[in-house]
Design a protein around this ligand. Structure first.
Ligand code: FES
Length: 383
């Protein structure tokens, strides 16, 4: 084998001569036109890939780093803390509207969603509140135990899955009723501020186990009689009529109204049932836990990397069944809208129950395991 020293300039008559391609004018230097085309191609190629695969949405990076500038206990039982975030550097924080939430990317790698609960007109800080849940998935414990004033944390958003449509501003309703259960007050707080600023007619009921467990009671005091506080230890469990207040005439009224609610699953379900057949009342709700499985049937998931077979009960989300084997499997909203639990399906037919995957993503074999299920009896997942 001949090893050639390219630092010398071999004769063109030499049979081992490997020339640098001459340029358009016979020069051995690279031609400027070719060099320009090469550079243009480097940038054009990725753009062209997007054009020829239009069905595959490109992820928009909405991640930013914020600093924790304040931390405060906001319930008398000391189980709810409020965290206030400020910008890092000169970049202003993106704007948000009532009902929006942030995804916190926690140091452990967990992602958890928390409603923004400050005033949307305050643009230099974000505020969230988190109840400590000892038997949850560990996210709230990490927020309580690991996040301190001065720390920075990455967040995604804000995004709004619970937007407020206001009477006179896109909604035919003439009055608003807010129903908050415990930590479900968080998305409702900015809604109250917005309704108050626009001088809209509104009322609210705030329910929970006890006064000690209810966050932000001091902050609500200035709203006076517009807010009713009702606790289980003093009054027993509230009925739908208690929750709906004036909106509960029992039959459609001439004055349409709108109900915004966030709280425990049973409270939301009771309200939903009570408002069936009431076209005069718009119901908007946000859950902070997984919805019940409706119309499910049992099936089995095979975890491809270990071969372990996981039975999923008819009334059980696939995510919960998988977490028995793989406790660290990523998830956040548990309601099929954040995309954190997206997994590739290697075999089997999926019954998609989410609201965000595109047809292209479904065709490519993606599944959101927090809500979606199996059409037949068996699924194999890339886990
Ligand atoms: S956890 Fe949010 S979509 Fe599944």
């Amino acid at each position: 084998m001949t090893v050639m020293d390219r630092s010398t300039a071999p004769d063109a008559g030499d049979p081992d001569f490997l020339p640098t391609p001459p340029d358009l004018y016979g020069r051995r230097e690279r031609d400027r036109v070719l060099r320009g085309l090469g550079i243009a191609g480097r940038y054009w190629f990725p753009a062209w890939q997007r054009l020829i695969h239009p069905g595959e949405p490109q992820e928009v990076d909405r991640t930013l780093t914020v600093r924790i500038v304040d931390r405060r206990v906001v319930a008398r039982d000391e189980n709810v803390i409020e965290l206030t975030f400020g910008p890092v550097g000169d970049e202003p924080l993106p704007r948000w509207y009532a009902g929006a939430h942030l995804d916190l990317l926690l140091p452990s790698g967990r992602m958890r969603e928390y409603s923004l609960c400050g005033d949307p007109t305050v643009q230099d800080t974000y505020r969230i509140a988190v109840r400590r849940i000892p038997d949850g998935g560990g996210g709230s414990l990490e927020v309580h135990d690991a996040l301190k004033v001065g720390d920075t944390i990455r967040v995604k958003g804000p995004r709004n899955a619970f937007p407020l449509s206001l009477p006179g501003f896109g909604s035919p309703a003439t009055r608003m009723r807010f129903v908050a259960g415990g930590i479900g007050i968080t998305p409702i707080l900015p809604m109250l501020a917005t309704a108050e600023r626009l001088e809209l007619p509104w009322s609210m009921i705030y329910v929970g186990r006890s006064r000690e467990s209810l966050p932000f009671l001091d902050e609500l005091r200035p709203y006076g009689s517009k807010i009713t506080i009702r606790t289980d230890d003093e009054h027993g469990l509230p009925t739908p009529a208690d929750l709906l207040g004036d909106e509960d005439s029992g039959s459609p009224s001439a004055e349409p109204s709108t109900v915004y609610t966030c709280g425990p699953p049973m409270m939301l379900e009771n309200l939903r049932q009570a408002l069936i057949g009431r076209p005069d009342v718009e119901l908007h709700y946000e859950r902070f836990s997984a919805p019940p499985v409706v119309g499910g049937r049992p099936f089995t998931i095979t975890l491809a990397k270990s071969g372990v077979r996981v039975p999923v009960a008819a009334d059980e989300p696939a995510l919960e069944a998988i977490r028995r084997e793989l406790p660290g499997v990523p998830y956040s909203c548990r309601q099929g809208f954040c995309g954190t639990c997206k997994i590739k399906v290697l075999d089997g037919k999926v019954e998609h129950r989410d609201t965000i995957l595109s047809d292209a993503e479904r065709d490519a074999g993606s599944m959101l395991i927090c809500v979606s299920r199996c059409v037949d009896d068996e699924l194999t997942l890339d886990l």
